[in-house]
Design a protein around this ligand. Sequence first.
Ligand SMILES: Nc1ncnc2c1ncn2[C@@H]1O[C@H](COP(=O)(O)OP(=O)(O)OP(=O)(O)O)[C@@H](O)[C@H]1O
Ligand SMILES: [Mg+2]
Length: 250
Amino acid sequence: MDGADFDLRRGEVLAVIGDNGAGKSTMIKALCGAVIPDEGTIWLDGKEIHFHSPLDARQAGIETVYQTLAVAPAMDIAGNLFLGREERKKGLVGQLFRTLDHKRMRQEAKRQLDALGVATVQDIRQLVETLSGGQRQAVAVARAAMFARKLAIMDEPTAALGVRESGMVLDLIRRIRDNGLPVVLISHNMPHVFEIADRIHVHRLGKRVAVVKPDDYAMNEVVALMTGALRLTASGELVDQKDGNPRNGG
Ligand SMILES: Nc1ncnc2c1ncn2[C@@H]1O[C@H](COP(=O)(O)OP(=O)(O)OP(=O)(O)O)[C@@H](O)[C@H]1O
Ligand SMILES: [Mg+2]
């Protein structure tokens, strides 16, 4: 990354697209504390922030869903949702014996999944290894939505999923956005990006080269920005990268 700009607005789905190796994951890792940038500043709600670990970012309300399905298959759904954030029983029992409040966690997990419209999950005590790929991803996305107070970042959440399952995860992202939480979505799937993004951030060779609205440009034009065939001028015109001529030859 070198001079990479990034901005995210309240309540939007911002898609981040770019070729393999463009620096998307690296940029996102800087935002979620997994990589510490050598220079530059990150601002959250008008305050400069410095993350030294992913835990710092989580404490600041930033949740990340990684491309590799980050769930614990041998645990049930409620266990996965509260993984690393288990709630203890109130009072002395919880304090002294560190007894977990399974009942409360299950109730809360059920409430959250219902609120997010994950209707296909029948039993909150079902082991995650018995779920379909899409349902597992829905659990990972729901976990991010439960604990993210500022933003949720998703790196290729639909890459491993079929059509129906992808649709489910996209619906979930839309619902998270509609609940007021901004979502950063890294994706190589242009139809998904065009379906769900409010704005599209195009990353190329370690930098942001354009931010466009899906309604303003065609899919093949955005792909051309991504591969470097076309460039976006300050006035929003698409021109040839090499000779600067307008895309349609004037
Ligand atoms: N800490 C680092 N120091 C130097 N180079 C790095 C570091 N981390 C990543 N890179 C390089 O930066 C480039 C961008 O990698 P990154 O994983 O961010 O790409 P990406 O846009 O997410 O690609 P993909 O679409 O394949 O996931 C790669 O060439 C990678 O080798
Ligand atoms: Mg990546």
